[in-house]
Design a protein around this ligand. Sequence first.
Ligand code: PLP
Length: 397
Amino acid sequence: MQRIPASGTLRMFDIAAKLEAQGRKVYHFEVGQPDFPTPQNIVNAAIEALKQGFTRYVPARGIPPLLEAIADRYRKKGIEIDPATNVIVTPGAKMALFMGALAVIDIGDDVMMLSPSWPSYRVMIRNAGGSPIDVPTGPDFTLDEEVLKQSVTSDTRCIIINSPNNPSGGVLTKDDLKLIYDLACDYDFVIFSDEIYETLVYDGFKQTSMLEVDPEMERTLVINGFSKAYAMTGWRLGYAIGNEETVDNMVRIQQNTTSCATSFVQVAGVEALTGDQSSIERMRREYERRRNIMRNMFCSMDDVSCSTPKGAFYVFPDFSAYGMRSTELAEQILKDTGVVCTPGVVFGRDYDTHLRFTYAAATDVIEEGLAVLGDYLASFPRSKAGHAKRLPPTPAR
Ligand SMILES: Cc1ncc(COP(=O)(O)O)c(C=O)c1O
């Protein structure tokens, strides 16, 4: 347990909850979850399944219509998947990643994470006995080929990539994916590709699945789910796609842990994948609009450097000019303005001058909250400014 830190996001949430209890106005930009309701056709499918008594255990791998619907979705992208052997349905993408880590990572393995990266990867890797290795990205959170190559060790067993990325909004190109795949072949390691933000890409960018680069699933496990694309965070429904051996091992873990993803939720998942898809595009367009508002507001703030996220629903501006560590800065901003964000250090020690803000928040909250933040930063004690480069290195976590 000593190796599992408390969630940095939830810590901020807790401080904010105390302020709210004292009657303070708080602007929430810390927890990344869609603020849209789950589309009605999906809700109706679950209600109907419940009414029909679909409430028992189902196969650990997932119900066949959902496995088929998942395979079909990838077939439409030209990727052939056998629903009976290559897919497992899980209670959320998080559980798919957790079981994937247990199935693949052994004690003493090194696991690279393209960073900044979602903090749960680190915990899952350690839990499986591996050592997480941060592989920082380059300018604008693009892949840095040299840093990646230098991070491979004789113990490298796996790399975890996440595109579109939480927290940076960075998106890997097909050439990036090919480069990662070639390196994985040369040094014989596995690729976990977390594609949970797949549908949330902007500016006409096309997201590429790692399965398009490794269609035989020789060394790729793709993780995906319903939380972000269909606004279904609380339903807990995700899946993984990989080769028969890896998926079989994950099925055995699932049989002995959660047993299966919730039966009637899986029926709702079939409706999500096969029913009307217009809500996905509607939500995507709305996120893109909010991203533009948030990014423009950050760009107009003093001494804040903000690149344009290409996907997901976060911006990850750099506040190095303010000369404070991210946790200290995030807590001070929260206390003084009621604006809640997540300190960059939870996404990797190289990001201790960044803060993450989600734009999965209503437009008026974004506009008002960031206006308050902008005014505050304009009069932030300037004596501290410019000290960032002299901060001692952030201790390893
Ligand atoms: C990068 C990433 N992967 C996975 C998840 C978890 O998704 P799920 O709700 O399907 O467990 C999240 C949720 O925040 C995430 O940001």
